[in-house]
Design a protein around this ligand. Structure first.
Ligand SMILES: [Zn+2]
Ligand SMILES: [Zn+2]
Length: 194
């Protein structure tokens, strides 16, 4: 199998209205396949949203012989039609000889990986925030209930004190009335004695 570099790229002007090369949906991106050693582009396939996702999950079918993505246009892979010698030893190219395009495609691939990692981290962060919010809502609900219970308890205590106060007043009034009665009796007795 050849050493290949697959890069997902935006559609260019000429393939904007193309159909997916793996099914019949409208394409949303292109996947460029480049020989890592010779830097030659060996395939450029348009892909729809579904097939793009399949590709990203590394589940898009590839030719077992050369590694090109299996395209609905060709039942027989290019490597067989063109009788490519896939076992041929290609001379490795030194890093500084890498062509610009390959360099950018590698950059795009590593940035895309970084983006996926960042999105995953963000998703985890978001879940944490939601969890925290739920927790704090629960906490403030509990706090509120506790305060309400306290208020209720205080109100009952006030009622009880008012009741006690009322009883005390009644008792006192009764005592005053009794004293007054006694006093009047004493005075009338004194008057009689005179
Ligand atoms: Zn498709
Ligand atoms: Zn092939």
């Amino acid at each position: 199998m050849k050493k290949l570099l697959y890069t997902m790229l935006e559609l260019e002007e000429w393939n904007k209205n193309s159909t997916c090369c793996f099914c019949y949906n409208k394409s949303v991106c292109q996947i460029r396949t480049r020989n890592k050693i010779t830097h030659e582009i060996i395939a450029n396939d348009e892909a729809c949203e579904n097939c793009k996702e399949t590709f990203e999950n590394n589940e898009l079918e590839k030719c077992e012989r050369c590694g090109r993505l299996k395209n609905r246009h060709s039942y027989v892979c290019h490597c067989i039609v063109d009788n490519e010698n896939v076992d041929e030893k290609e001379l490795p190219i030194l890093p500084h000889e890498e062509r610009e395009a390959t360099f950018y495609e590698r950059q795009i691939n590593s940035l895309r990986e970084e983006l996926i990692t960042t999105e995953e981290a963000l998703e985890i962060e978001r879940e944490e925030v939601v969890k925290f919010q739920e927790k704090s809502e629960e906490w403030s609900k509990k706090q509120k209930q506790e305060l309400l219970d306290k208020v209720k308890g205080l109100e009952e205590k006030i009622k009880q004190l008012e009741e006690e106060n009322r009883k005390l007043k009644e008792e006192k009034n009764g005592q005053i009335a009794q004293i007054e009665v006694k006093e009047t009796k004493r005075w009338s007795w004194l008057k009689i004695k005179k």
